[in-house]
Design a protein around this ligand. Structure first.
Ligand SMILES: Nc1ncnc2c1ncn2[C@@H]1O[C@H](COP(=O)(O)OP(=O)(O)OP(=O)(O)O)[C@@H](O)[C@H]1O
Ligand SMILES: [Mg+2]
Length: 575
């Protein structure tokens, strides 16, 4: 087989040599990618095709560095990426199968956010030049003010490409960006990717199901059960598989085993590569113009700014937050409406006569009721704040996990991401706790003289927010995180000991984990001695000194943040 002109005119830049990606299933090793050896020059547009489940996305992720090869090597311009430094985050553009933009933002804001997180710019002119260039080259200028949620499938793919183009990557990896589109939109996106690949230093790889319209690609790689069964020019595809049109390649693949296809390709690969100039050497002139990643501080403010913007745009979420903020403290008052006046009038009368003795008994009953009231009031505050805490953070990381993983790959640091979450949530926690304290205090006048009450309310909200953030970071899905967080809140009241005393051993076994107990006990311990006496008479639960309560709550916050950091750092691609 001879080609009139070599279809690969440049030098080899990306090379995979005997690469495997293997997973364990029980005792057996399963090769999801099996002995992949390919060469790709720069200024090249390659398609990866193959039946569903054959390993296309797995291969793309391996090239992107998300999957680490189990054996073999990946070279970039002669550099062994398995042993030396990986490509810089900004050198790779990866467009996954899922949407990577937030529904609440507009097209332009999404691109701006991508630039802020991934490109270090000198001034605002340079910043907007990149944004405008990305909008122009993907044909999104006319719809730049449209929110992402109303975009069509094709427009969303364009946006995803635009968000990756901002770093001027040398390697652009696209997973099914043309799938599910009508033929015309599909052709337009293929053309767009083709144009991107006409950059001297760039390789564009697109995974696709479609075997029609492959003409614009420089090469097509056919994958079958994790094995390469063809990698050559699209026009030679029909000849190689002896079919009259490319669409018939998949049925033909089923006629022989993947091992047979693989071994016959291996026999012919060098001939194909030879004839097409594939065996060239690394390109000495290859330079990367890829952008530099911004520092910690600009990334932090980019993330924080975006989080607030999303909160204010998401009207459902915002209304829920406001309803909870106003409704929960009102609920506390409602439950204790009958006793509101009582809290203000603890009696100190001493009995002298029989009449007074009777009065004293009434007073004692009254004061006992008062002890229960104060204790219950505080407990309600605490429980509702733990509920607010879990509502604040349970979905915070898990709900945007895919986008976050994508952004990590693009250079967003987990520590900075977490710091932006902590800053955002701290503001919520402070507002919620302060208002809960102020509102209830103003109406009920709970007799806790010290600022301990307010500080402990802030701490319990912070502790539950931090722990649920940890759950959110570790959970597999947002629903799982929500459910676990709700369980955690549900256990707070029965295990706090504020309502009913637990058996001593059970109390001590669970107490260390119950933030609500330490808050309630801390507030009780800070009551003035007279009130504390009556609270002690209505509860059998041990009241910890307030200083210990502070320590435990701070430890809870620390554990929550630690878990959140571990969860954020751990790679969790879910597709
Ligand atoms: N990390 C992993 N652990 C276990 N199995 C995996 C893993 N990654 C992929 N797989 C499995 O490997 C196979 C190939 O998956 P992959 O997503 O690469 O297929 P695909 O060719 O992209 O399919 P589609 O066209 O449907 O997107 C699937 O059966 C998938 O379930
Ligand atoms: Mg796939």
């Amino acid at each position: 087989m001879h080609f009139a002109t070599p279809f690969f005119i440049n030098d080899t830049v990306l090379e995979l040599k005997n690469t495997y990606f293997t997973i364990k299933k029980g005792e057996d090793d399963i090769h999801l990618l099996d002995d992949i050896s390919i060469k790709v020059p720069s200024r090249h547009f390659m398609a990866i095709v193959g039946p569903s489940g054959c390993g296309k996305s797995t291969l793309l992720k391996l090239i992107a560095g998300i999957n680490v090869e189990s054996a073999g090597n990946v070279y970039w311009n002669g550099r062994d990426l398995s042993e030396e430094e990986d490509l810089e985050p900004s050198e790779i553009g990866y467009v996954p199968q899922f949407s990577i933009a937030y529904d609440e933002l507009t097209v332009e804001e999404s691109i701006e956010s991508s630039v802020r997180l991934r490109v270090k710019t000198k001034n605002s002119d340079a910043f907007y030049a990149i944004v405008d260039q990305a909008l122009r080259s993907t044909g999104l200028e006319a719809i730049k003010d449209r929110p992402v949620k109303v975009l069509s499938g094709g427009q969303k793919r364009r946006l995803a490409l635009a968000m990756e183009l901002v770093t001027d990557p040398v390697l652009m990896l696209c997973d099914e960006v043309t799938s599910g589109l009508d033929p015309r939109s599909e052709q337009e996106i293929v053309k767009l990717m083709y144009e991107m690949s006409r950059n001297q230093n760039r390789i564009v790889v697109n995974v696709t199901h479609s075997l029609a319209g492959l003409d614009l690609y420089d090469s097509v790689l056919v994958l079958h059960e994790g094995k390469v069964v063809y990698h050559g020019p699209p026009r030679a595809l029909e000849h190689y598989f002896s079919v009259d049109e490319a669409e018939n390649v998949y049925p033909t693949l089923m006629k022989r085993s993947s091992c047979e296809w693989q071994s016959s390709w291996m026999k012919r690969q060098s001939q194909y590569y030879e004839n097409s100039g594939m065996n060239a050497h690394p390109d000495p002139n290859l330079t990367s113009h890829a952008a530099k990643t911004p520092g910690h501080v600009p990334q932090f403010f980019a993330l924080l700014g975006r989080r607030f913007k999303i909160m204010f745009r998401d009207s459902g979420q915002l209304l829920l937050q406001i309803a909870i903020l106003i409704g929960f403290p009102a609920l506390v008052i409602l439950f204790d409406l009958d006793g509101v006046d009582q809290t203000k009038s603890l009696s100190e009368t001493l009995p002298a006569t029989l009449e007074q003795m009777k009065q004293e008994r009434d007073v004692a009953t009254f004061n006992l009721n008062l002890g229960g009231l104060v204790s219950g009031l505080v407990m309600f505050q605490v429980i509702l704040l733990t509920l607010m805490g879990s509502n604040n953070s349970a979905r915070e990381i898990a709900g945007e996990r895919k986008i976050f993983e994508k952004e990590k790959l693009g250079g967003v640091r987990p520590s900075v991401y977490l710091a932006s979450k902590v800053a955002f949530l701290s503001i919520l926690v402070f507002i919620q706790s302060f208002w809960m304290w102020l509102f209830v205090q103003t109406i009920c006048d709970i007799p806790s003289a010290s600022p301990n009450h307010l500080i402990l309310l802030i701490l319990v909200n912070a502790a539950m927010t931090a722990i649920c953030l940890g759950i959110s970071g570790l959970a597999k899905t947002a629903d799982q995180a929500s459910l676990l967080s709700i369980y955690l809140v549900g256990f707070q009241l029965p295990l706090s000991g504020a309502v009913l005393a637990l058996p001593v051993w059970a109390a001590w076994a669970t107490r260390p984990f119950i933030s609500a107990y330490w808050t309630w006990a801390g507030v009780m311990d800070s009551l003035d001695p007279k009130h504390l006496r009556y609270v002690k008479e209505v509860t059998e639960t041990w009241l910890s000194p307030v200083s210990i309560c502070y320590v435990v709550l701070i430890v809870h916050i620390g554990i929550g943040l630690f878990l959140a950091y571990v969860g954020a750092k751990k790679a969790q691609w879910r597709e």
